[in-house]
Design a protein. Structure first.
Ligand code: FAD
Ligand code: DHB
Length: 325
């Protein structure tokens, strides 16, 4: 038995567990993958100011502040012509390049140091009784069991189980292209991100550190890595980014990500609340996904805190509206 059962140890689930702990609310995080797997999964890399503020204010921002790369703007390139968007001047805010798996590592370290419960290699198979008596059915080491809780947070990403049984409508759109992303041992060719338009397709220059670049090229939706030998990736990147300083380097990670949008409406049902990719997906173009996941759980943690402090259901009832509104 726990107060909040959280499905998924991505940024949403881990941050929710951490924020609830800060308010004295107990939770258990159930994650189907191993700790090693979630700490190595290369994904997002751009934290918006709201995310860095949340990490810092909740006490898990020290390494990000030390090792993250603070940027004041981005560069847009059209046919080689550059337009810099100065976020700092226009909004007074900036972005920080810090890998999602680093955020995940920092949150796991903190949760475990605080005595938090994260059950790795535990696959949730169903959620029962979401109207008044929730139970999370799971499988671990071949054994099946259930965890009773007062609330369930479905933070299990776009392929999770939490949204499957909900009485909600999902609005979806798939785009006819994907992004092929690589992590390469080559110094970033520019000190800022470059979003490049090119008639052969989009390309993006990002980074993870002064030695490691993160680069993306738009590919056809049905392309596989077989169609993209290393030489072709570098040729396309050089051409589309129009960036002579870009040097090929050892590719240490690669993968193809489809571009799609999805939103569940509403994001809640009874005592089940969705957060992050389980509730909505945005294409990677805007670098928003992890930031939205963190923003969701900030709102959800406030609503659960109000419930446990004063038995007020008002914020919980309006959780979904606060996002869609
Ligand atoms: P996830 O990180 O997907 O976590 C869900 C967790 O639930 C996973 O660990 C999964 O193993 C677990 N799980 C699933 N099913 C079950 C089950 N049945 N039982 C138990 N556990 C389960 N976003 C940005 O903000 N900026 C970017 O720059 C950016 N770039 C991206 C680049 C790429 C290549 C990709 C793929 C995504 C990118 N995103 C970006 C999106 C971002 O990675 C996601 O939005 C983010 O991971 C959402 O976090 P989450 O916690 O909601 O879900
Ligand atoms: C990165 C990913 C994105 O989707 C994006 O828009 C910008 C940067 C990255 O992985 O660094």
């Amino acid at each position: 038995m726990t107060q909040v059962g959280i499905i998924g140890a991505g940024p949403a689930g881990l941050m929710l567990s951490h924020l609830l702990h800060g308010q004295g609310i107990a939770s258990v995080v159930l994650e189907r993958r191993s700790r090693d797997y979630v700490e190595r999964r290369v994904r997002a890399g751009v934290l918006e100011q709201g995310s860095t503020d949340l990490l810092a204010a909740s006490g898990v921002g020290q390494r990000m502040q030390r090792e993250g790369l603070a940027h004041d703007g981005i560069k847009l390139r059209f046919a080689g012509e550059e337009h810099r968007i100065d976020f700092r001047r226009l909004t007074g805010r900036g972005i920080t390049v810090y890998g999602q798996q680093e955020v995940v590592k920092d949150l796991i370290t903190q949760r475990l140091a605080d005595g938090g419960e994260i059950w790795f290699e535990t696959e949730v198979t169903a959620i029962e009784g979401i109207d008044n008596n929730p139970r999370i059915a799971y499988r671990r080491n071949g054994d099946e069991a259930t965890l009773s809780c007062e609330f369930v947070a479905g933070c299990d990403g776009s392929h999770g189980v939490a949204h499957a049984g909900m009485d909600a409508k999902s609005y979806e759109r798939s785009y006819p292209f994907s992004w092929l992303g690589i992590l390469a041992k080559t110094p970033p060719a520019s000190n800022e991100l470059i979003y490049a338009y090119h008639e052969r397709g989009f390309a993006l220059h990002s980074m993870r550190s002064p030695e490691i670049s993160r680069l993306y090229v738009q590919v056809d939706a049905d392309d596989t890595m077989d169609a993209w030998p290393e030489a072709r990736i570098w040729d396309e990147l050089r051409l589309r980014l129009a960036e002579p300083r870009l040097q090929p380097g050892e590719i240490i990670e690669d993968g193809i990500t489809p571009m799609r949008s999805m939103v569940m409406e509403p994001m809640q049902c009874g005592r089940l609340f969705l957060a992050g990719d389980a509730a909505h997906i945005v294409p990677a173009t805007g670098a928003k996904g992890m930031n939205l996941a963190l923003a969701d759980v900030k709102v959800l943690a406030e609503a659960l805190t109000a419930w446990y402090r004063s038995a007020s259901r008002d914020l919980l009832d309006h959780y979904s509206d606060r996002w869609h509104g």
